[in-house]
Write a protein that binds this ligand. Structure first.
Ligand SMILES: *[C@@H]1O[C@H](CO)[C@@H](O)[C@H](O)[C@H]1NC(C)=O
Ligand SMILES: *[C@@H]1O[C@H](CO)[C@@H](O)[C@H](O)[C@H]1NC(C)=O
Ligand SMILES: *[C@@H]1O[C@H](CO)[C@@H](O)[C@H](O)[C@H]1NC(C)=O
Length: 454
């Protein structure tokens, strides 16, 4: 299993020797230059002219518990794990938090050499929206961290996409966060454009909340192009083996999202009610779903407190669990569809949802970017605060917060009106607790599964 990374190293060494022998300066090229950046057309991802399906796993050894650690800043841990990614046959990992103050060349190049792309959450637990006070937490201190993460990763060709938030809305009761999530997404897209980076797709990863997951999808894809997301991602644990396309409800899911104008994928899937044999892989990469979905990411690579791990890690030792082998077989058995898999080449905007008991958003206006963050569009964000900075959720004040709205269709993020900045002193609960939420989801589905059996 370690052979694949060894052969990459040998290949590079061979190249260096050839260049040296030719008498030219030894300049070993970055291995990553051979991987083709992913683009979006219509409702699908493309690798050059070929449709690209995400076949991946979520990757955050150590999880979100205690002190976050960056799994792709550490050469020894990514070298330990990449051979297992290769064995699984995946092409993408999702990482939930990185340290934007350190360099990632080693792991990103090693991933690229293995043909693996990165989908990266730009939030960390300290630098994220606070779902209990989104207005205060949408501030320039937060955006500086997000933009610094973009700076660190934008030049790697295997950076597939950025996630502007994960499960900020996690309940029927907090859709009032939606304009802030959409504003952050807009600001990230604008930053990528202003800084002259390639068009790295930006989108949001939504919790499986029946009342609002699809309303949020419509909201993130409505309005002007500068405000629309590049894709939408859902976390979904409704297929619990043994199951089927119809039993799981994935048939309805496909129906519900048919016609959705931007790429859609599962940013987390893999219910653990019973042994996971990953029967859903045969549906996800089959034409019954590929007209709407572009694959997904299994939650998650390493065994953590909530019991979703495909492997158990102890120091430098990785031990695959039984579902690792099932996933490996499932991926190997299900090829992608030929041709474009039923993708649409046009990208229709959705209609913005109207305010209702399930959608607590009054109109289509978004908060303007805070003036203190707008300057980063021209100056760049500078050094990131890393994982251990003072944090941003309580950094909102008259200088750092947004003080106006940017009307839908304005095509601009400049502040258009001034209102007094409010500062509340409520309890702060980080929006970043994907693991806790996944446990809740798992418990709910275990209960649902148990009830279905009765
Ligand atoms: C890097 O990962 C290895 C596991 O391979 C671990 O032992 C080590 O503590 C990590 N280093 C840092 C700085 O996190
Ligand atoms: C969801 O919101 C309701 C109120 O609308 C609240 O009673 C409940 O505790 C919330 N659940 C979670 C998990 O936050
Ligand atoms: C599909 O949409 C219907 C009607 O809005 C809704 O009741 C149902 O929960 C949705 N199903 C899925 C799987 O999204």
């Amino acid at each position: 299993m370690r052979q694949s990374s060894a052969s990459v190293v040998l290949g590079l060494a061979w190249f260096a020797v050839q260049v040296a022998a030719a008498g030219t300066p030894v300049l070993v090229p970055r291995a990553s230059t051979t991987i083709t950046p992913i683009t979006v057309t219509g409702n699908a991802f493309y690798q050059g002219s070929e449709r690209f399906y995400i076949r991946g796993v979520d990757y955050q050894p150590g999880g979100g518990t205690g002190v976050e650690s960056d799994p792709i800043a550490n050469a020894s841990s990514c070298e330990r794990d990449i051979p297992y990614f290769t064995k699984l046959g995946i092409n993408t990992i999702r990482v939930y938090a990185v340290d934007n103050s350190v360099n990632h060349d080693t792991c990103m190049n090693a991933l690229a050499a293995a043909g693996i792309y990165l989908i990266l959450d730009t939030d960390t637990s300290k630098y994220s929206l606070n779902r209990n006070d989104p207005a205060q937490s949408y501030n320039s201190v937060y955006l500086q961290s997000v933009f610094a993460t973009i700076d660190e990763f934008a030049n790697y060709p295997n950076t597939l996409a950025f996630l502007s938030g994960n499960e900020v809305i996690n309940n029927a009761s907090n859709t009032n966060c939606a304009p802030y999530v959409k504003a952050v997404t807009r600001d990230m897209k604008q930053y990528i454009g202003s800084r002259g980076y390639r068009s790295i797709p930006v989108g949001y990863s939504a919790a499986d909340v029946a009342q609002n997951q699809q309303l949020m999808a419509e909201y993130m894809n409505c309005g002007t192009n500068d405000q629309r997301s590049d894709f939408y991602a859902i976390n979904d644990y409704s297929w619990c083996d043994p199951s089927s396309f119809t039993t799981s409800g994935w048939d309805t899911l496909v129906q519900n999202y048919t016609g959705y104008g931007i790429p859609l994928f599962m940013s987390e899937y893999g219910c653990i009610t019973n042994t996971r044999t990953f029967q859903e892989v045969s549906a996800l990469y089959n034409t019954e779903m590929t007209g709407v979905f572009s694959g997904g990411l299994v939650y998650e690579y390493s065994q953590e407190g909530n019991g979703y791990g495909l492997v158990t890690i102890s120091g430098d030792t990785v031990t695959p669990n039984s579902d690792f082998t099932y996933l490996q077989s499932a991926y190997a058995a299900q090829a992608n569809p030929t041709g474009n898999g039923g993708a649409s080449s046009t990208s229709a905007a959705s209609t913005c949802p109207t305010q209702s008991s399930e959608w607590d958003v009054a109109n289509d206006d978004l908060p303007a970017i805070p003036a203190a963050a707008e300057k980063y569009m021209t100056t760049g964000a500078g050094t990131g605060p890393g994982l251990n900075g003072p944090g941003s959720q309580e950094a909102g004040n008259a200088e750092t917060e947004s003080t106006g709205t940017a009307s839908a269709g304005s095509g601009t993020v400049t502040e258009t009106a001034t209102s007094s900045s409010k500062k509340s002193d409520g309890v702060r609960i980080p929006a970043f607790d994907f693991q806790a939420f996944s446990v809740v989801v798992a418990v709910l589905f275990s209960m649902a599964g148990g009830m279905a059996l009765l």
